[in-house]
Design a protein around this ligand. Structure first.
Ligand SMILES: NC(=O)c1ccc[n+]([C@@H]2O[C@H](COP(=O)([O-])OP(=O)(O)OC[C@H]3O[C@@H](n4cnc5c(N)ncnc54)[C@H](O)[C@@H]3O)[C@@H](O)[C@H]2O)c1
Length: 423
């Protein structure tokens, strides 16, 4: 048992606490493998680094950087890098742990990792952003690498930042190591389809889940929180399938249209400034977003957004977790009791890491696939994984989240058991 002062002991309402309670729920389904359960509750390795940079005005600023490798029983670490003012070690621990579960749920040969810098990148100039990225990459360079741990984009990081990370690592090691990060620009070893992969995966799992519920996508009402890489792409794909995206919320506010928002126009409007002020919809109070009448709700922003109080107001039949950890455990129970189906993050947003895996494989073989090949393979993997999880949920009469954890944790702990404890 961990003491109050241990870094593995969660603070109140933290994503790490949410993750630990999700692990506890899966224990009854792990049989003798439960003996290894403590493995899942402790990150293998957590690195905290100081990231000093000279700002454009000549001052020296210091930022906190993190890279956590939660579990590498099944392969090298894999997971994004987040630039956000609220990043903490505990948040990165939770995100790295969800990566372990996610990679195992879709059966990729990876462990789970995650990184981040506690910074508001909107307050940095482009030069400062490059400096902070390069210094952070150098500092975590001791534990990352194409065979060790492969970062990727997450909140507020993108292909340009991955290019700087790849270049910094390559300069430090004297090689051009394209496989050290994924989500790179196409001409630097990036993969076609990667930018849209997470949103596409949310759509694919949503399409399959809607089919099982007998919910027609044509005309279905959809609300999306977070209009970045994941939320905007998912919204686009649902709109293409005939759904009506009636509400979108991001950091700038919430826009609503009963007839459906024009997603392509909203994407163009939101670049840089956010969705607020969009002429094709009316602005509503942010809190009202959760009670809007919809069929499908897609949280695609940050953790902890679906609280117990909001869970009571949600009208959707289907919640698709594009974000990592958007639903707190208590809210999860409320949604289940109310008969609202949640496709959990650990399968719903696994499309990103799946195409990251394709990118890494293509980098190693220096042979690149077409976008059609990538999308077809992504579809196949997501549909197959969801089917297996759904069967597990039906067999044990458990939620899709606990079923995903059951499938994933069995794979992770079997690998742990087969490898044995070193030394
Ligand atoms: N990018 C990926 O490939 C990927 C893969 C798997 C999971 N995710 C998860 O998806 C989520 C979104 O990631 P992303 O890559 O789209 O990030 P992003 O930076 O591209 O977009 C984040 C969006 O969330 C909005 N947002 C931020 N704070 C908000 C708030 N308080 N209320 C409402 N909206 C808010 C921002 O305005 C923005 O529209 C994160 O939880 C991330 O971990 C991302």
């Amino acid at each position: 048992m961990s003491s109050e002062l241990s870094y593995v002991h969660p603070t109140a309402n933290s994503p790490w606490g949410t993750y630990l309670s999700q692990v506890d729920r899966v224990m009854p389904y792990l049989g003798p493998l439960a003996r290894w359960s403590e493995t899942l509750k402790r990150p293998k390795r957590a690195l905290i680094v100081d990231v000093p940079i000279e700002m454009d005005n000549g001052t020296i600023a210091h930022f906190e950087g993190f890279r956590v490798q939660h579990n590498m029983s099944r392969g090298p670490g894999k997971g994004g890098v987040r630039f956000h003012p609220d990043v903490t070690l505990e948040e990165v621990m939770a995100l790295s742990a969800w990566m372990t579960v996610k990679c195992a749920a879709v059966n990729l040969p990876y462990g789970g990792a995650k990184g981040g810098i506690r910074v508001d990148p909107k307050k940095l100039t482009l030069t400062e952003l490059e400096k902070i990225t390069r210094r952070y990459t150098s500092e975590i360079g001791v534990i990352i690498g194409p065979q060790q741990d492969i970062p990727a984009p997450d909140v507020n990081t993108n292909a340009q930042i991955m290019a700087w990370m790849m270049d910094t690592y390559s300069m430090n090691t004297g090689t051009t190591a394209t496989g050290v990060v994924t989500g790179k620009p196409i001409h630097l070893g990036g993969s076609l389809g990667r930018v849209k992969a997470t949103g596409r995966g949310v759509f694919v799992t949503g399409r399959e889940a809607a089919h099982r519920l007998g919910l027609e996508l044509e005309g279905a009402r959809v609300a999306v929180q977070g209009f970045g890489n994941v939320g905007a792409i998912a919204a686009e794909l649902f709109a293409e399938a005939g759904a009506k995206v009636v509400a979108v919320q991001d950091f700038s506010g919430t826009v609503y249209s009963d007839r459906g928002l024009d997603v392509a126009q909203l994407v163009a409007h939101a670049k840089g400034a956010g969705v607020a002020g969009f002429a094709g919809g009316e602005r509503i109070a942010d809190e009202d977003f959760w009670g809007i009448e919809v069929d499908i709700l897609i949280p695609a922003a940050l953790e902890g957004q679906i609280t117990a109080e909001r869970a009571h107001r949600i009208t959707a039949r289907l919640v698709l977790e594009g974000a990592n950890g958007p639903t707190v455990s208590q809210a999860d129970d409320i949604l289940a009791e109310r008969g609202i189906l949640v496709v959990p993050d650990v399968i719903c947003n696994a499309g990103g890491v799946t195409v990251s895996y394709f990118e890494w494989v293509q980098d190693f073989s220096s042979f690149f696939w077409t976008e059609d090949e990538i999308n077809q393979r992504l579809d196949r993997i997501m549909v197959g994984a969801l089917e297996h999880i759904w069967d597990t949920a039906d067999r044990h009469k458990i939620t899709l989240r606990t079923a995903t954890f059951a499938v994933a944790c069995e794979r992770i702990l079997t690998a742990r058991q087969e490898r044995g404890l070193y030394p």
